[in-house]
Write a new protein. Sequence first.
Length: 107
Amino acid sequence: MLLSNHIIILNLRDNMTKSDMVEKIYEKIGFSKKESAELVEMVFDIIKSTLETGEKIKIAGFGNFVVKEKADRRGRNPQTGEEIIISARKILTFKPSQVLKASINAK
């Protein structure tokens, strides 16, 4: 029982949250926690507003964020088997850079 609780705690640490980012900036750069939180929010606001306009975001050594258009398509209702039209929509894609891929695979 104790082991399974320990595994759950480890699995929760597999995600980095905004709060974790704020903490890292606070520790590494020395900004106050308030300034660190404002910086993280500002960066995410810029990314969000840029993507909302349909612009690509290219971050050297990290990757590209691109909003793509998906056309209408035919699909099926899995419960009834009835054919339906799935409406057009926008999707967000991320393609990691070769540098990021190499860094991840080196570990």
